[in-house]
Design a protein around this ligand. Structure first.
Ligand code: NZQ
Ligand code: ZN
Length: 389
């Protein structure tokens, strides 16, 4: 077991009717608030009005940036940073899913930078400061509400780059499961696939395991498997939405890492699919993950798949390891493509092999797949893309 530092400095207000605390929390950081949001879902669900009311009640000044798109663009980051500089913004309030939260993190950093915000993604400038960020989450998926990461797209260069900067960690996050009641079936399913992937990226690791954390990870995945079908069937089932929401945060807030080296596999591959084809992140992961599992299953890795199959899917442990491993991949496919109803191939979503070579090269260069559970070079990644057709 490796040494590690545990530090998750985001204060969480979990549950219904917690927005009464929003004004107090914002006021700790100043008077001038930039509210950021996406394409308008927060207005439809009545959240926008509640938030504006709390801001007014607290006597704060409100500025707004709307229209942050899924797979958020660097143009929104630059637009937000301009407002921060022009209006001397003190604190950022991100209301939405991972895209809004990620974009807001980069706005907070770009507010202290004079050049194009894309320089941050290219790591041309150090990120040592960021405006304080408070989030109100409306979609359980990315864990952005409780981590320091963010992923930004640049359609001009066909890039989507994810990075982690500790100063971007939200100071406070409001997690109200009722705010996710209106998330449609597709995004609920994609969120579930994303949460599972965040756990699997850590779970399948060659570093020595910490039994306690492996058990937690298996529990997180089982929670998603248990509650997503409930949320799909009954979108306003509080227990289901609450379990999914809290699992999304704990899947990626750093707790489960426990000192394991972080070299993810499916995420770098998926970010290329989203960069080239602007697809929903969780859908790309659902298509890629079982194929990546099939590709990486071998004598060296089989025992971890066996553990996964027995502990998560409760497959009979007396069966040969390889049989359990294959069954577990089959059951994960069944969950993604039958239970969640997600499309199962790239072909189905209109993606062919045209860009596989360049996407694979970029995934290898931008990610750390070479050091992953089963090291992946560009040609391996290309093979996995082909398995997804
Ligand atoms: O734009 P609006 O109108 O808000 O609509 C959104 C959007 O169309 C809608 N939505 C959100 N909450 C809703 C709702 N619709 C109805 N009711 C609600 N309560 O859902 C759509 C998708 O939203 P988005 O924010 O794009 O989804 P998600 O939370 O999955 O975020 C995806 C982004 O996060 C990145 C992904 O790459 C992608 O760019 N990731 C961020 C990570 C992080 N910060 O650590 C890690 C992840 O692995 C991921 O890469
Ligand atoms: Zn993800």
């Amino acid at each position: 077991m490796n040494n590690f530092v545990y530090d998750i400095p985001t204060k969480v207000y979990f549950g219904e009717n917690q927005l009464g605390n929003l004004g107090v929390e914002l006021s700790k950081y100043g008077k001038r608030v930039l509210l950021t949001y996406g394409g308008g879902s927060i207005k439809k669900i009545g959240l926008y009005d509640k938030i504006v009311e709390e801001i007014k009640k607290a006597g704060l000044e409100l500025y707004e940036l709307s229209g942050i798109a899924p797979n958020p663009r660097v143009s929104s980051v630059n637009a937000g940073a301009d407002i921060c500089k022009r209006e001397n913004i003190d604190v950022l309030l991100a209301v939405g899913g991972g895209s809004v939260l990620d974009c807001t993190k980069y706005i907070g950093a770009a507010a202290y930078y004079e050049g194009d915000a894309w320089d941050i993604s290219l790591q041309k400038t150090p990120v040592e400061r960021c405006l304080p960020i408070i989030t109100v989450l409306t979609l359980a998926a990315t864990g952005s509400e409780m981590d320091a990461g963010g992923v930004i797209s640049n359609p001009e260069t066909i890039d989507k780059i994810g990075l982690l900067f500790p100063v971007m960690q939200p100071k406070v996050s409001f997690l109200d499961p009722t705010a996710t009641y209106t998330v449609n079936k597709f995004h609920t399913a994609c969120g579930a696939a994303d949460i599972i992937s965040h756990v699997l990226e850590v779970y399948f690791n060659m570093d020595q395991d910490l039994y306690m954390l492996d058990t937690v990870m298996e529990g997180l995945i089982k929670t998603v498997i248990k509650y997503t079908p409930v949320a799909l069937e009954e979108p306003d089932n509080y227990e289901a939405r609450a379990n999914l929401m809290w699992t999304s945060s704990w899947a990626i807030n750093g707790f489960i890492n426990g000192g394991k080296r972080q070299a993810w596999s499916c995420h770098p591959m998926e970010h290329e699919l989203s960069a080239f084809y602007d697809i929903t992140h969780g859908l790309g992961l659902a298509i890629l993950t079982p194929r990546w599992m099939e590709y990486t299953l071998n004598e060296k890795t089989v025992s971890k798949f066996y553990q996964f199959g027995v502990n998560v899917f409760e497959i009979d442990g007396s069966l040969p390891q390889i049989e359990v491993a294959k069954k577990s991949i089959g059951l994960l496919k069944k969950f993604f493509f039958e239970t969640l109803g997600l499309q199962s191939t790239l072909t189905e979503i209109g993606i062919d092999e045209t860009n596989f070579k360049s996407m694979a090269k970029k995934a290898e260069t931008l990610g750390s797949t070479k050091y992953a559970f089963q090291p992946l070079a560009a040609e391996d990644i290309e093979n996995i893309f082909r398995m997804c057709l």
